[in-house]
Design a protein around this ligand. Structure first.
Ligand SMILES: [Zn+2]
Length: 162
């Protein structure tokens, strides 16, 4: 059971043009919306179109702030945003707990436990903080990679100076 959302289909329709709403609706029906995750009022998901697009929605009451990395510029939100919005309205998203402190890895575990995610998706979704944490632990546990890391940083530093 998902918590009650503060927006509805009318809000989505208002943001989209008639045609982007229709096309987004088709996309949703075709199952093009890949697993959506929700952290408090932020939703993130992927929608498969010509390629796979990253859609993000920040909800503030009835105010919906959609972003998508497609090139749509015809006014209103794109069909990918509509499709994800519809999936969310149907409760098709997974709530991910927000990490309250750096020692709490439960949110990350939650993501990893859902096997529908592949590496790229998890890597894209998780916070930089967690990536750094993982990297640090990994390097401490695998000292032979430490020199690779140092070489990489060294090389980048040199590139910057040049
Ligand atoms: Zn889009």
């Amino acid at each position: 059971m998902q918590p009650k959302l503060s927006f509805d289909i009318a809000d989505l329709k208002l943001l989209a043009t008639h045609s982007s709403f229709e096309r987004g609706s088709d996309y949703y029906d075709q199952g093009r919306v890949k697993k959506v995750i929700s952290k408090r009022n932020v939703f993130e998901g992927k929608v498969k179109g010509t390629s796979t697009y990253d859609v993000r929605l920040v909800v503030d009451g009835h105010a919906l702030d959609f972003t998508c990395n497609c090139t749509y510029q015809m006014g209103g939100i794109c069909k990918h945003c509509v499709a994800m919005g519809l999936a969310i309205l149907d409760g098709e998203y997974e709530i991910v707990a927000e990490e309250s402190n750096t020692n709490d890895s439960s949110a990350n575990e939650e993501i990893i436990q859902s096997h529908t995610y592949n590496f790229e998706e998890i890597f894209y979704i998780c916070k930089d903080e967690l990536k750094v944490q993982f990297l640090h632990q990994f390097l401490l546990q695998n000292p032979h990679f430490q020199s690779d890391f140092i070489q990489y940083i060294d090389r980048r530093a040199k590139e910057k100076r040049e």
